[in-house]
Design a protein around this ligand. Sequence first.
Ligand code: NDP
Ligand code: DXP
Ligand code: MN
Length: 389
Amino acid sequence: MQNITILGSTGSIGVSTLDVLARHPERYSVYALTAHSRVEQLAEQCLKFMPKVAVVGSAAAAQQLSRLLHAEAPHIEVLYGAAALCQVASADACDAVMAAIVGAAGLESTLAAAKAGKKVLLANKEALVMSGQLFIDAIKHSGAVLLPIDSEHNAIFQCLPHNYQRQPSALGVEKILLTASGGPFLTRAVDTLDTVTPAEAVAHPKWVMGRKISVDSATMMNKGLEVIEAHWLFGASASQIEVLIHPQSVIHSMVSYVDGSVLAQLGNPDMRTPIAHALAYPERIASGVGPLDLAMIGQLQFGKPDLQRFPCLKLAYDALEAGGSAATILNAANEVAVQAFLDEKIGFRMIDQLIARTMDSLPLCAVTDIEMLLEQDRLARETVESLIS
Ligand SMILES: NC(=O)C1=CN([C@@H]2O[C@H](COP(=O)(O)OP(=O)(O)OC[C@H]3O[C@@H](n4cnc5c(N)ncnc54)[C@H](OP(=O)(O)O)[C@@H]3O)[C@@H](O)[C@H]2O)C=CC1
Ligand SMILES: CC(=O)[C@@H](O)[C@H](O)COP(=O)(O)O
Ligand SMILES: [Mn+2]
């Protein structure tokens, strides 16, 4: 029996994870569930999965949750705040942590799981993008197992040799082909992009996801973050990671080998597949996702990304090449800009412009510890805020 903590259980990944866990009660029990402010949803999850601990964002939310659990589940310990997230991510009683908080808010607890040597199921790509080598070092030092949940990275993981050790050329790996749907604006006239609404931007053609990652897909910053994520997960350089537009989102990514072979992982676009894969790895368990009907799909298309249409993708490649604090700044600037767009304070095209201006205005530095990292994150957020107001 594996005891699982789900950081961000009320989100899109959290809900899909619980769906998979519910199919295998003999294998998994839930140690802790966490949410930020969706207390009623968390209470429902608690009553169904009976975790030992539940964590929310504030004292008021904790009081509300305790009230909701009082009659049927008074034994569930209710905690709140950042320290409590770290506590449930690193507790001795927990074997595996699904890191599914969105954005930099998930860094500390995901890192706590890494430092505590847990099996870390990484959905929260921003945590890895912003902390890079520090995160990889934490995994190495503790002996934690890091398994990618992001559909592309899970696909790449499945296509790499089983004894792969973050060195592409050592085992004949030539290139990673990272597929991208192109999002909702793949073919929309570029000169109309500044008038798109948040509702249009979050309407992803293939995946049902949280609002932040959906906007990232629309700007293709999601793919940019995934290029950086692939760099850290698989030790590949920028030139070894090629983004390929594939609007059907059936091939979740590919690995190209020196002998000309290209291995791909395919499946219906449903996150329960990579979640089930990582949960059970190296075994296989049912995920609830139906079989792929390729005859019905008929055609798979591919193309090169247009960097004029999607400048965020280029900004991310530039940040990866620049190294140091660049990816931390890129990620923080993007988070603030995306939230401003969702709050209707800025237009869609301002997202890439704000990130570019922030990257231009902050000097890069080496990031050698978490305090420096958080300072770079803070500076970038402050800079974007000042550019918006
Ligand atoms: N959705 C998907 O299909 C995929 C997602 N990912 C990545 O997984 C992560 C989660 O994405 P997704 O599930 O879509 O996001 P959602 O917005 O759907 O869910 C986010 C979760 O994080 C919690 N949360 C939000 N802010 C905070 C905070 N400040 N402190 C603590 N918890 C917080 C939310 O709680 P509450 O509900 O209370 O607000 C919620 O449980 C992201 O990093 C995303 O890039 C990667 C690949 C695919
Ligand atoms: C499901 C998943 O992993 C998302 O990151 C997805 O890849 C978004 O699709 P695009 O960014 O390719 O539009
Ligand atoms: Mn992805």
